[in-house]
Ligand binder design. Structure first.
Ligand code: NAP
Length: 527
């Protein structure tokens, strides 16, 4: 049930005096519920509870955390149609997408449940003592990963489930042993509250400490700013715009005790079309890419916003086919009037840049909050000289950059800002002749795709969802897949610590039966 209140520990709070509503972009009207923005006092209460919960939650066993995460998944499943209807009414996204995203969210939770139950993820390393080593004895050293402390999670507007309240950041932080405070996204506060209530039910049912999870409403930046500044908050997860992520990163760096901010931000996801591929498959590639650019009305962080080719008749043909295909697609609704407003103004800003031409734009009648998808083009030299043309236009927008030569293309890729993905479209062994471009692309992205589209982020251990700044604030980590747990932990060593006082993961008898690196040998045996 949606109450519009803040879930702080086991209680509901509505002391704030600022109220707001969510918006249905399909019906073009506000939804019925009022949401109470968290007051300063309520924010402090949520953080204090998380801090207190940390002392016991960090010691909860892997199998109990696993039960908790599976219980969250079960509780989300039992929210049933109310969740799907609320999601659709707050995002304008269709029910099929809502169900797919719910499935993905549940899968992520269950994957982390399996990971922590197995227990190997703590990366236990044991180097036993050598008392008679000369010239000095070697101490007994044992290392494992331990949780950082309370984590604040900022959800994204475009993934109300999979990258929000119980999304990847929350699941990974809870799996690591960190209490979580979610700064709910104002565009889908009702969806967020339903999920928060599921997490809290699961926490109570599985005996987790009060404060292990709280959900705070907000309709502006103040709640997030207070949370990031709070001395008891030890890390931040963010999915959203470069501007928002950078502001929070700077805020965290300027605290008396700086803390890490793992921000997944915007990306234009360059795609390089090599000449032979365009010669042979230009028309079908145009169709595929029209679909990828407009998928979800272009509201994906992996949307292909920059397409590169070397000038010639094949590229000309590709551009005109892309224009034809993209304008034949029915326009879609965007998430919120603010998002469509930003799309239109960023598109116009791009179009006022010298040298950028509009190739095609959907120009039939559209409903409120629908976006006119657009294809633009620019010369390589102009693109290289104007960084404003490198910025993301969040929505169904793409820019074809026409390069004079392989050399110019390589130079442009080499000088691109960091990206989540890069894609190479090549025919046969054609890629062998473009090693410089491949290497340049590899240096700018977190994931490189061959003959595919960047949209679609598989959840599996080999996925890297991150990349050099500004795609993310720390390219050493991924925000998707089990390895995303590494953002919320730190390595910790015990030196000469008595066996009975060590955590189970490091005890001689290996009661958890996990794989460990013992004196440089992988082993799951006791010793
Ligand atoms: P957003 O405007 O940055 O908002 C994200 C959240 O951060 C909101 O809760 C917002 O709060 C808060 N926020 C923004 N600026 C802030 C500031 N200066 N101080 C404190 N809090 C701040 O992004 P969005 O519209 O939700 O998402 C769209 C963007 O996300 C696109 O650029 C897209 O590419 C990117 N994205 C990236 C990924 C990825 O994995 N890399 C995934 C999805 C989306 P308020 O709304 O309350 O102000």
């Amino acid at each position: 049930m949606i109450t519009g209140k803040n879930h702080i520990g086991w209680q509901l709070y509505d002391k704030g005096d600022k109220l707001f509503k969510t918006f249905n972009p399909v019906s073009n009207q506000e939804n019925k519920h009022d949401f109470y923005e968290a007051s300063g006092e309520e924010i402090n209460r949520a953080v204090d509870l998380a801090w207190d919960a940390f002392s016991s939650y960090q010691l909860v066993s892997g199998s109990s955390k696993s039960e908790f995460l599976n219980a969250i998944a079960d509780e989300i499943e039992s929210l049933g149609d109310e969740l799907i209807e609320t999601y659709c009414s707050e995002s304008g996204l269709p029910a099929g997408r809502a169900m797919g995203e719910r499935g993905r969210t549940i899968f992520q939770l269950r994957t982390f449940a399996d990971l922590v139950k197995k227990g190997d993820w703590v990366e236990a390393h044991i180097d036993t003592a050598i008392p008679d080593r000369s010239p000095v004895p070697k101490p007994d050293l044992r290392k494992m990963m331990i949780p950082l402390g309370p984590v604040v999670v900022f959800g994204a507007s475009n993934f109300p489930l999979a990258y929000s309240t119980a999304g990847g950041d929350t699941a990974a932080a809870l799996a690591a042993g960190c209490p979580v405070i979610v700064k709910s996204h104002p565009m889908h506060a009702g969806t967020g509250e339903l999920i928060a209530s599921a997490i809290i039910k699961a926490a109570q049912r599985t005996g987790m400490p009060e404060g292990v999870f709280s959900n705070l409403n907000s309709s502006g930046i103040e709640v997030g700013v207070q949370l990031v500044r709070h001395p008891k908050v030890k890390a931040v997860g963010f999915t959203g715009s470069i501007r928002g992520g950078r502001a929070l990163y700077d805020l965290a760096a300027n605290r008396e005790e700086p803390i890490p901010v793992f921000a997944e931000m915007g990306s234009v996801n360059p795609v390089v079309f090599l000449p032979k591929a365009l010669d042979q498959r230009g028309t079908s590639l145009a169709k595929t890419y029209a679909g990828s650019v407009t998928l979800g009305t272009g509201q994906f962080c992996t949307n292909p916003g920059l397409l590169f080719g070397i000038k010639g008749s094949s590229l000309d043909n590709f551009i005109s086919e892309l224009a034809k295909e993209i304008t034949a697609i029915e326009p879609g609704c965007m998430l919120h009037p603010n998002i469509i407003g930003a799309y239109e103004s960023n598109k116009q800003k791009a179009l006022t840049q010298e040298g950028l031409s509009l190739v095609a734009q959907y120009d039939d009648t559209i409903a409120d909050n629908e976006a006119r998808q657009a294809v633009t083009t620019v010369e390589g030299k102009t693109f290289l000289e104007n960084p404003l043309l490198h910025q993301e236009v969040f929505g169904p927008f793409t820019m074809v950059v026409q390069c004079e030569s392989k050399k110019e293309l390589e130079e442009i890729i080499y000088r691109l800002e960091g990206q989540l993905t890069g894609t190479l479209i090549a025919e046969g062994t054609e890629a062998n002749d473009y090693d410089g471009i491949v290497q340049a692309l590899k240096n700018r992205v977190g994931r490189i795709i061959f003959n595919g589209v960047p949209t679609g982020v598989e959840v599996c251990p080999s996925m890297v969802h991150g990349g050099p700044y500004p795609a993310s604030t720390d390219s050493r980590f991924t925000a998707v897949g089990i390895n995303s747990i590494k953002r919320w932990v730190r390595p910790f060593s015990y030196q000469d610590w008595p066996n009975h006082l060590l955590p189970d993961a490091l005890k001689n008898e290996n009661p958890l039966g996990i794989v460990r690196l013992v004196n440089n040998q992988l082993s799951s045996e006791p010793f």
